[in-house]
Design a protein around this ligand. Structure first.
Ligand code: CTP
Ligand code: CA
Length: 227
């Protein structure tokens, strides 16, 4: 791959990125999670640092190297991600929420390992906080908020709904059931959407290339807001 000395066009921009899956504990030996590996978010952090940005990465457990120069805050649960993001969001110019955050967590976290019993087990789940929605509600006028939409159907209309409801500047719509897109792959197929509608339907690209496209559009929006 050939990512040689990119233009330092993001110098002076503070970017907060989230990546990976969250883990929601049910007992000391078990948790609920999802298929996200963190590759997309790490690619965003790597591309941003290469272009001169100041980067904070709030990351769920991931088996990926931490890009040089990135300030990493490791978290496990959605609640921990919320606390970390909320504490850093004020100083961020651009926030890119690539993480696959659990929508639910077990209602009860057992102190001791749950022993198996005869018969079936039913667990109750409760909703986690929607971090992106919170960020949209507390967005500063000069801040740029970028979300992702992981969909398996009606990708564009679902993403349009999310960009409006969460008060985002940009949403990266992702059909996670397509070959060459979604979880664990090194490539992605995304559509970049702004409030007005589709900005760009991108072909299959490396996650690094997708990251650069997202950053270019986000930086453009950020510059527009500074005038
Ligand atoms: N997100 C978040 N906090 C949550 C759930 C999601 O910040 N508790 C963010 C994700 O990081 C992503 C965006 O919201 O940037 C969209 O996530 P997605 O799962 O596609 O959408 P949801 O709003 O959770 O709706 P649903 O899962 O029902 O499609
Ligand atoms: Ca979700």
């Amino acid at each position: 791959e050939s990512y040689h000395t990119p233009r330092q066009d993001l110098q002076g921009i503070n970017i907060l990125v989230t990546a990976g899956a969250t883990r929601e504990k049910v007992d000391p030996v078990r948790f609920f999670t999802n298929r996200s590996t963190g590759k997309m978010g790490y690619a965003v952090a790597e591309a941003a640092i290469a272009r001169g940005a100041t980067v904070t990465l709030v990351s769920g457990p991931a088996q990926l190297p931490i890009p040089n120069g990135v300030n990493v805050i490791p978290i496990e649960s959605a609640e921990e991600m919320f606390q970390a993001v909320a504490s850093k969001s004020n100083e961020a110019d651009v926030i890119i929420k690539a993480a696959a955050v659990a929508d639910y967590r077990p209602a009860q976290v057992h102190e001791q390992k749950m022993k198996k019993l005869d018969g079936n087990l039913t667990l109750e789940f409760v909703r986690t906080k929607d971090i992106l929605r919170y960020l949209g509600e507390h967005k500063r006028p000069q801040q740029v908020l970028v979300g992702f939409a992981a969909e398996t159907e009606s990708v564009e209309s679902n993403a349009m709904k999310k960009i409006r409801e969460k008060n985002l500047d940009l949403i990266v719509a992702n059909n996670v059931s397509m070959e060459g897109a979604g979880f664990g792959t090194d490539t992605n197929i995304v559509t970049l959407i702004e409030q007005k509608g589709v900005l760009a339907a991108l072909p299959m690209l490396s996650k690094r290339e997708v990251a650069d496209r997202i950053l270019t559009e986000a930086a453009k929006k950020w510059r527009e807001k500074q005038t």
